[in-house]
Design a protein around this ligand. Structure first.
Ligand SMILES: [Zn+2]
Ligand SMILES: [Zn+2]
Length: 148
């Protein structure tokens, strides 16, 4: 099955095939500022599952331990549609809002809850982390809470 996420003006598109590796909600300061909302929801895919088309600009930001995250946004309308982290080569995060699909898989992890607005609550079970999970988001969990 393929799905298409687009920016506001729909010139930047991410067509994905198959299911995401993982869907996450992130409340961190960077996701709040990137989205302009109070948390971000991202679907992570292997690079070969994602086809990008349309013009995009890149904003590279620093991340802990000297890492970087590259956010790709539409130069026309400014929507931040997908991102790549140097720590996870071969994986692309796609903004779930870009699909405008209420049936999209819900997040199974909520992280950086130390930044969470107190009124935000999810009406379903998911794993909660004050910071980040102890396993990579693009990998299957080993034991939750165990540093990998
Ligand atoms: Zn656009
Ligand atoms: Zn975040």
């Amino acid at each position: 099955m393929t799905r298409i996420a687009t920016c506001s003006c729909q010139s930047l598109r991410a067509e994905v095939s198959g299911d995401p590796i993982r869907v996450t909600a992130c409340h961190c300061d960077q996701c709040q500022r990137r989205t302009g909302s109070v948390f971000g929801v991202g679907a992570y895919y292997k690079k070969e599952q994602v086809q990008i088309s349309g013009p995009n600009s890149v904003y590279v930001r620093g991340a802990p331990e000297g890492r970087t995250v590259s956010s790709h946004f539409c130069p026309e309308c400014g929507t931040s549609l997908f991102w790549e982290a140097d720590i996870a080569p071969g994986v692309i995060g796609v903004a779930v809002g870009g699909f405008v699909d209420p049936d999209f898989s819900p997040p199974t992890i909520s992280f950086f809850e130390s930044y969470k607005h107190p009124w935000v609550a999810f009406g379903r079970g998911l794993e909660h982390f004050l910071q980040r999970p102890g396993y990579p988001l693009w990998a299957k969990p080993k034991l939750p809470g165990i540093e990998s």
